[in-house]
Design a protein around this ligand. Structure first.
Ligand code: HEC
Length: 130
């Protein structure tokens, strides 16, 4: 009788303990990558439109902002369109909003820190067609 009562309490406690351990170890792994890996692999020393920006916008924005489907009236295909929107401040404004902000671009799926840094670098240089 005593043993049965004990196991009804101890098994759930072990379950919680194991799930918590797994959860915590996942967090530590993520933090390690955020803190130590990204800065080393993000090179913003020579950002160009043709090598970096075109691909970032192409992969993350063009599906919803092109000649045929221009959400918000915005076409982001080609240097002319992208640089106009970039220099107006609209691209940095919308891509650096916090998660959960309905105006964040791309909606609900922020760009990586590295892509944001590359965009910022290129725009600070005047958004050239290089
Ligand atoms: C899944 C579709 C989708 C993707 C992907 C997307 N957008 Fe948008 N975007 C929208 C919609 C819908 C609107 C209009 C509603 C609004 O203003 O939030 C919009 C509006 C905007 C506006 C405001 C336009 C204006 O003048 O009012 C900007 C700037 C913008 N997006 C930039 C971007 C950038 C930069 C990316 C990529 C990093 C991107 N969007 C990716 C759907 C998308």
């Amino acid at each position: 009788m005593f043993n049965m009562n004990m196991s009804r309490f101890t098994y759930p406690i072990w379950g919680i303990f194991i799930l918590t351990s797994v959860g915590l170890s996942n967090c530590r792994y993520d933090n390690y990558y955020d803190l130590y890996s990204n800065p080393n692999t993000c090179d913003t020393s020579a950002v160009t439109f043709s090598q970096d920006i075109k691909m970032i916008i192409g992969q993350n924005c063009e599906g919803c902002h092109n000649g045929a489907i221009a959400n918000g009236g915005l076409n982001l295909v080609g240097h002319q369109n992208i640089s106009t929107s970039a220099l107006s401040g609209a691209i940095m404004d919308r891509t650096t909003r916090s998660l959960g902000d309905p105006l964040l671009m791309p909606p609900g799926q922020p760009l990586s820190d590295c892509d944001q840094s590359k965009l910022r670098t290129w725009i600070n240089e005047g958004a050239p067609n290089n």
